[in-house]
Ligand binder design. Sequence first.
Ligand SMILES: N[C@@H](CCC[C@H](N)C(=O)O)C(=O)O
Length: 315
Amino acid sequence: MAADPPALPRTLIKGHGTGNDFLLWADPDSAHDLTDAQVASLTDRHTGLGADGVIRAVPIAQAPEQHMAAGSAAGAQWFMDYRNADGSLAEMCGNGIRVFTAFLRREELIDLPDGGTIPVATRAGVLQVRREGEDYAVDMGVWSAPGGPEALSEGFDVSVVVHGLSEQRPGLRLELPNPHTVVAVEAPEELDELDLTHAPGVDPAPEHGTNVEFVMPLGEREIEEYHAAAPDGPPTTRRIGVVRMRVHERGVGETLSCGTGACAAALAVRTWFGAGAPDEWQVLVPGGALRVRMLAEQHVELAGPAELVGQISLL
Ligand SMILES: N[C@@H](CCC[C@H](N)C(=O)O)C(=O)O
């Protein structure tokens, strides 16, 4: 006889990062590890509460075995159990981890002063999250290209087909470590006209599926920065790249934003740009703007807002 599904949590918090929205709950005794069907029914936008994904906060001592040891060794108190809207597991969620940290603060489950950093255990390993006022910046760990150096020097390793583009386009696969395929469009109208109501076709099809980002590089801008130590002094200027992006997420559909996708978009455009490309990028998504910065040793940092909008009691 099939086991009964776990009880639903009584109270959930709704939050979003640049429009990528989540339902979150704390699960101190790991009593609410929901089935795929329960997640899909909670996230349904008509018959449920509606969200792109769910995030369960699990104390590190209750985390799945493979994450418990690494999390404890790194001093992480909490494991982020992220699931897509259809209930499937993903390795990481870049918007989710910022919203998760804001949630832990709101519930007083962590103490994180402005400028402070905490380790968070995820399926992608333990990641460091820094608070910047009400924004958060995350060292997303090491990125990789499954197609290897050859794909990076060619700039693509798959073909992608989607309604709204006249022909198949080359795409570049990147892992953050969840799978992404980044495709360039030629004009802003082309980006606006894409039909992302169905998953784009990727050939050859990645074994574990893929998120697909369509990007329109917008060039470079100079930004001025004033310094707290010398507020009346001249600002320093630095160059950033700017890119627009739309995304179809694995296990969800089109979303207003994807944090790991923004990192993949910046990395792909930087690869196509070649030598002299900026190390910092602003990624404009339908739900807002994210910042992506290249760090040493093939790490990338994602920064942006995290907003908690309400508390929901289930009937
Ligand atoms: N929205 C997320 C990515 C969520 C996981 C993705 N759908 C997958 O299956 O890999 C983000 O902000 O990174």
